[in-house]
Design a protein around this ligand. Structure first.
Ligand SMILES: *[C@@H]1O[C@H](CO)[C@@H](O)[C@H](O)[C@H]1NC(C)=O
Ligand SMILES: *[C@@H]1O[C@H](CO)[C@@H](O)[C@H](O)[C@H]1NC(C)=O
Ligand SMILES: *[C@@H]1O[C@H](CO)[C@@H](O)[C@H](O)[C@H]1NC(C)=O
Length: 319
């Protein structure tokens, strides 16, 4: 339902730069659909064709120093054994903490099964350096048009393979151009996809996030509170930001939308245990590809259909 906010001010810049240096391609929170197709899938039900399996999502979650508790809370809310999670944090303590959480050492043994969560030490910062700005301005490239948009992109497996495998020069050329661009997470994938004749028709101009703005709007959206709950719930958006630490609206989302008890995973079709006497139904794992749609998923479906309506879809691609 949510991703952590980015750290503020200078810390944010230092953190961004370190991330950019460490792993340019992964420095944006991406939701990379169907990554898991590269791995052997869990055996489908007898008689079920492979195409009936749900797509797998891979999340890139990143945070700054002090974000450990928020990331743990978010991972519990977001976790589904069918998906993958790559978590990068800035800070030795947070990293050790998250690794313990993922290994299941932190508390009950059931979290041992939280396997597809990987804490990536390469995303960690050890040296804090300021961003260096240069005076020279680079000329805008004429061979392609720059597109910018949300940092929170959702990318298909096919498109990421296009970016990574290099059968076309465009992703590589743009990578060099964006490598020392401060907000490259707001432009790299957008520019690649909108300049590629193979992929520009596959874009949807929406990041599936609920945000609320002041009137007149400031540079950042307002922090969401319980006043926004109804709007969040009816929007159908699977993500939202920003949230102040442990704001009560997060508890409302947990109890009313996710039916998630504190310190537990969001229950889903994979949770086969009993919930009698306040037991955790997810302490007993079923098949991870079994999905149980809820009222909220119907709202998400409605949102997606709206985005694909003729008025919303083609005319808003790559503008
Ligand atoms: C961090 O900075 C120190 C001092 O400037 C340097 O000795 C060290 O090699 C740096 N470490 C990394 C990982 O860059
Ligand atoms: C993309 O859409 C445009 C306009 O609808 C069309 O002219 C073009 O042929 C499409 N490109 C591809 C690769 O399908
Ligand atoms: C949102 O909350 C954070 C504290 O978590 C605060 O630092 C920030 O200024 C708030 N943002 C806005 C736009 O009010």
């Amino acid at each position: 339902m949510r991703k952590q906010q980015q750290p503020q001010g200078n810390r944010r810049l230092r953190w961004l730069r370190a991330l950019l240096l460490a792993l340019p391609l992964l420095s944006v929170p991406v939701l990379y659909a169907a990554l898991g197709a590269a791995r052997p899938a869990a055996p489908p039900r007898r008689g079920a064709a492979p195409h009936q399996l749900p797509p797998r999502l891979a999340y890139l979650v990143s945070g700054g120093a002090g974000d450990g508790p928020r990331i743990r809370r978010m991972l519990r809310a977001l976790y589904h054994p069918w998906n993958f999670y790559l978590v990068g944090v800035a800070g030795e303590e947070e990293r050790a903490d998250l690794e313990a959480f993922v290994r299941g050492e932190e508390a009950p043994r059931r979290y041992q099964r939280a396997r597809p969560i990987i804490v990536d030490p390469a995303l960690q910062i050890s040296n804090k350096t300021e961003v260096v700005t240069t005076k020279e301005k680079r000329s805008l490239p004429s061979a392609f048009k720059i597109f910018v948009g949300s940092s929170w992109v959702i990318l298909s497996r096919s498109f990421l393979e296009f970016c990574l495998l290099g059968w076309d020069n465009l992703p590589r050329t743009l990578l060099m151009y964006f490598a020392n661009f401060l907000a490259s997470s707001e432009g790299y994938f957008h520019t690649v996809i909108c300049n590629s004749k193979y992929y520009q028709n596959t874009t949807v101009n929406n990041d599936l996030r609920f945000m609320a703005w002041d009137n007149p709007p400031r540079t950042l959206p307002v922090n969401l509170t319980t006043e926004h709950f109804d709007a969040i719930a009816s929007s159908g958006a699977p993500f939202a930001h920003s949230f102040a630490n442990d704001n009560p609206v997060l508890d409302m989302i947990d109890t009313k939308l996710l039916r998630r008890a504190p310190e537990r995973f969001t229950p889903g079709g994979w949770c086969l245990g009993s919930s009698v006497n306040d037991k955790d139904p997810c302490s007993f794992f079923g098949r991870s590809f079994v999905l149980r749609p809820t009222k909220s998923s119907a709202k998400l479906e409605k949102l997606l259909l709206k985005l694909l309506e003729p008025d919303n879809f083609r005319s808003k691609q790559c503008i």
